[in-house]
Design a protein around this ligand. Structure first.
Ligand SMILES: CC(C)(COP(=O)(O)OP(=O)(O)OC[C@H]1O[C@@H](n2cnc3c(N)ncnc32)[C@H](O)[C@@H]1OP(=O)(O)O)[C@@H](O)C(=O)NCCC(=O)NCCS
Length: 284
């Protein structure tokens, strides 16, 4: 809050999307109106905009999966920063999620923003690296295959074990969209890992990847397969810094670090032992 001044917050409407895109363009987040429409579809009451009188000045988005929520796209117009508006937006988003019985909220923060979120009650969990590059063709082994509709139930259950909540509402539409690619690795009928990439024209966001622990070879094969299918596309992904074997391979395959982020949690989060790559920065 800025002295006696009140900044209103309400849910984002279609009319606000031009502002949201322009604002996020100042940070080069590469978002388009469709990205916000997608967030609004997934969490209709959980995408927020704040105002100084009638002037739009900041946004934040949320999504919740059972008791686990995710916060993203937190941004305030540059000339309004440092006046408590970012904090107000984050607290508003947390209240919204708490009303939906969310017990833990995650986010990916730029490293310099870690203290901002710590002040709001988030705790540092671990470092991730955001990678970018162009997908090239690589030699592959025959230990993974394209996922088919019958695999979806298995994939969701496996993802749930790793993520800690069911992401069905997020992953089902991604899985069913024929533009996207999904690869699975099975040992007999037991799932060892899967990977999904969302494709938009010549761009693809790779993730999530979930793989049994110590199965780095399988994770590498899943990634290589996806890169083969996305040949020529500009790709990005967000992977834990501790996955050094995979990170080294990804560098060999032409990807490079764009920026580091810190995964942070508000409330308890118990790390599961899986190899994990994020779905996206704004949804976990
Ligand atoms: C991160 C961001 C959203 C914070 O928004 P903000 O409105 O500046 O946040 P706040 O004003 O609540 O807090 C920011 C700082 O101002 C201070 N502050 C809070 N209320 C204040 C007030 N009334 N007067 C002066 N300063 C205040 C806070 O203590 C905080 O201090 P710090 O810099 O030491 O951490 C904003 O910097 C931003 O949009 N950055 C670009 C996008 C981005 O990086 N988003 C985060 C992605 S992880």
């Amino acid at each position: 809050m800025d002295g006696e001044r009140m900044f209103d917050i309400r849910k984002i409407l279609l009319d606000d999307l031009k502002f949201a895109v322009n604002l996020t363009n100042t940070m080069k987040w590469d978002l388009v109106e469709e990205d916000f429409k997608y967030m609004m579809k997934l969490e209709p009451d959980g995408c927020f905009i704040t105002f100084d009188d009638a002037k739009r000045i900041g946004i934040a988005t949320t999504i919740h999966f059972d008791k686990l929520g995710w916060l993203g796209n937190v941004i305030v117009s540059e000339n309004y920063r440092g006046r408590g508006i970012g904090s107000l937006l984050v607290r508003h988003a947390l209240e919204y999620l708490e009303k939906r019985r969310v017990e833990t909220v995650g986010l990916y923060a730029y490293i310099p923003k870690v203290p901002f979120y710590q002040k709001l009650g988030f705790e540092y969990d671990s470092e991730f690296v955001y990678l970018k590059g162009t997908a090239v063709s690589l030699p592959i082994k025959d230990c993974t295959r394209k996922a088919v509709e019958d695999d979806f139930g298995k994939i969701i259950d496996f993802d749930h074990l790793c993520f800690g909540a069911s992401r069905r509402k997020l992953l089902k539409p991604i899985f069913l969209d024929k533009e996207n690619v999904c690869q699975i690795a099975l040992d007999d009928r037991k799932i060892l890992g899967f990977i999904i990439a969302r494709r938009y024209g010549g761009i693809a966001e790779i993730g999530p990847l979930v793989c049994q622990e110590k199965c780095d070879d399988i994770a590498a094969e899943l990634i290589k397969n996806i890169l083969n299918q996305l040949q020529g596309c500009k790709v990005s992904m967000c992977i834990p810094k501790k996955e050094t074997i995979l990170l080294n391979k990804l560098t060999e395959w032409g990807l490079s670090e764009s920026f580091p982020v810190a995964r942070m949690f508000y409330g308890k989060y118990s790390e599961k032992n899986y190899i994990y790559m994020a779905e996206s920065l704004e949804r976990g």
